[in-house]
Design a protein around this ligand. Structure first.
Ligand SMILES: N[C@@H](CCOP(=O)(O)O)C(=O)O
Length: 437
């Protein structure tokens, strides 16, 4: 398995290089090549398999020539200590794939923990400290902070947009201490992402620090996100119907991971890209024009992205062929009022408490299935536990939301962050002050 840059397809690197030097210097993103095809028998026998078992099988197909089978088994079983169950809202028709049973209560735990496991494997012999830079609009930061907290030889800097993440998400980023440093940026997620991307191509900084990404910039954060689509398929294939996934989308890594695993042979019939008022990609799907815009703050903050980093990957997966892409992906978007109404309707109809992102995913699948009149199993990805947005969910549903202990313990801890303007030089200076080399 090699990895090419989307800006220079003839330039390829090894898995280890793509993992640690996550962004090519030509400012592209790495893509795996060739994508192996999984045998149909694999999909026929996965019904009872856990996320860890599936992750192991798919990892073997991807990296079996570079990492031993025994090591891959350790890597995957160390990463996936929780399940991703499908909860059926309407039997054989609509379900949610709950991805929030990991440590940070969000889907990002899957990618962050697999990446952390893989990094420990590759850096076993190395003395050099790895410095992870991560930009977050809410969920990635918490998952990465928890995934790497107190991991020897790793330091993490998390950049987040001030005032634009939920209180509990902010606590996850700012209260761990130790090797985790939060930078509170006076700007948007897009500003945070642009700053970290600039850092990865800053020659001076890279001479002194071994910088790596734990955003979906890093292909190894994104690949494991394909495993839970396979796990979901294993749970609903007995219906013998076409399967459509609705993926709440911000930076479009989650959807790209689904398309990758579909191209490896997973029988997915269609995707729905569901998002909020930041509807850059749904608009592209309608018009063919991709026009990034400054992001708008919404109640589904983790999807507040105005220039989704993975649009280029998505496009590459379809050979940059718009007609090909729109046949496989439909786009739906909802503003905050529609999201609130959707959260209420989902609770009234199914008794299911959904976070605003998950509600958008469920609305997307409901609207797609009713418009296409398709007899399919529709699965919406449930990206975060509703308690991460406790005040909002309680206000919208008018009922108390229980907070799991691993999250509630954070509420009394004291926040610690470094406030910076949305400016690369300011970040660089501040970063260098926090590290001694
Ligand atoms: N929605 C994300 C934004 C970053 O996306 P990533 O997949 O590139 O890490 C978040 O919650 O932080």
């Amino acid at each position: 398995m090699r990895f090419y840059s989307t800006n220079r397809p003839d330039f390829t690197v090894s898995a280890e290089e793509a993992l640690f030097h996550s962004m090519p210097q030509d400012k592209g993103l790495y893509m795996p090549t060739p994508l192996p095809r999984l045998p149909i028998e694999f999909f026929e026998r996965i019904a009872g398999q856990s996320l860890a078992d599936i992750g192991f099988e798919v990892s073997k197909a991807l990296f079996g020539d570079e990492i031993s089978v025994a090591d891959l088994e350790t890597i995957t079983h160390q990463a996936f200590t929780f399940d991703t169950p499908v909860i059926e809202l309407e039997s054989g028709k609509v379900g949610v794939l709950e991805l929030f049973h990991g440590p940070s209560l969000a889907f990002k735990d899957v990618g962050a923990r697999y990446m952390a496991s893989l990094m420990s494997y590759f850096s076993r012999q190395s003395e050099q400290e790895i410095h992870i830079l991560v930009a977050t609009s809410g969920d990635t930061g918490g998952a990465v902070a928890m995934g790497f907290h107190n991991v020897p030889g790793v330091r993490v800097s998390v950049l987040y947009p001030s005032g634009r993440v939920s209180d509990l998400q902010e606590k996850q980023l700012t209260t761990l201490g130790g090797n985790i440093q939060a930078f509170e940026v006076d700007g948007s997620f897009d500003d945070c992402q642009a700053i970290v991307k600039q850092a990865f191509i800053d020659p001076e900084l890279n001479k002194n620090l071994s910088l790596s990404s734990a955003n979906s910039i890093n292909i190894f954060r994104l690949i494991p996100q394909g495993f839970y689509y396979v796990r979901a398929y294993g749970q609903v294939r007995h219906y013998g119907k076409p399967i459509v996934f609705s993926t709440p989308s911000g930076n479009f890594g989650n959807l790209s991971a689904g398309v990758m695993v579909q191209q490896m042979g997973l029988p997915i019939t269609h995707f729905v890209a569901s998002t909020n008022a930041n509807h850059i990609v749904p608009t592209y799907l309608q018009t063919g024009s991709y026009i990034p815009k400054p992001s708008i703050a919404t109640i589904s903050n983790a999807m507040d992205v105005g220039n989704p980093s993975n649009f280029v990957r998505l496009s590459h997966l379809y050979g940059d062929d718009y007609d090909n892409l729109v046949q496989n992906i439909s786009g739906y978007f909802y503003d905050d009022d529609q999201t609130r109404l959707g959260m209420q309707a989902i609770y009234n109809q199914y008794g299911y408490v959904a976070c605003p992102h998950t509600a958008i995913g469920i609305m997307g699948i409901q609207d797609y299935l009713s418009e296409c009149k398709q007899d399919a199993v529709g699965i919406a990805l449930a990206t975060a536990h509703p308690s991460k947005f406790k005040p909002l969910v309680e206000e919208v549903l008018g009922k108390p939301v229980e907070v799991p202990e691993r999250l509630s313990v954070l509420s009394t801890r004291t926040k610690s962050s470094i406030c910076i303007p949305a400016d690369y030089e300011a970040f660089r200076e501040s970063l260098l002050q926090t590290v001694s080399y």
